[in-house]
Design a protein around this ligand. Sequence first.
Ligand code: PEP
Length: 249
Amino acid sequence: MKPTALVAGNWKMNGLAESRSELETLSKLLKEGTEAGCNVLICPPYTLISSFAAMNAESIAIGAQDCHAKASGAHTGDISAQMLRDAGAEYVIVGHSERRADHGESSALVCAKANAVLSEGLRAIVCVGETEAERDAGSTLTVVLGQLAESIPESATPDNMIVAYEPVWAIGTGRTPTTDDVAEVHTALRNALVERFGENGRRFSLLYGGSVKPSNAKELMSAPNVNGALVGGASLKATDFNGIIDAYR
Ligand code: PEP
């Protein structure tokens, strides 16, 4: 069985109650257009998860952008995977480079968060990616494979875990790696997953993220071992996001 394609939107710290209209528009575009051969996910800020989930927008799953590693307790300002499930989230992104950089999150912590996500029966999207300095130093594969090994828990399966390769220097910059560069990293990730999980490793979905937009989505998504996209900026407008989903129509 082939990995399931997924196009996921990460709204980051953007979106207010009025943003429901974008979800409504996306739902309409998905209903009216040719059926997309991929799953579609929107990860709004925490404040919108329950209202978005309650909209039951056809063909759009709702997810979160992070969670705490514990289920409950004295952790002011944090949100647990249990709470996210309760609010209607089905997926949780963990280890996004902005969390790793802004909050000093280690791969060990990302692994603990991923474990928390899985133990609530949700799907984890684990992000890995090199900085520009690491790419320039020729250590992209070492960095990315190291993050993969340390961030993915033992209980991961192709049904509960998705990996997103997001070069840090490509996020929000308008710059992207070449399709060959993406293919090289994704093939290395695939090989590492097969080494660790046997034949099951072939079924994990591997997303590419970093400045994906309607104009480059088809080419990036055509690279070997790319099974979808994690999209930041271009996921905020339903028409742009739908243009990326077009890569799977
Ligand atoms: C992201 O932050 O996950 C991302 C891919 O952002 P952008 O698409 O804006 O580069």
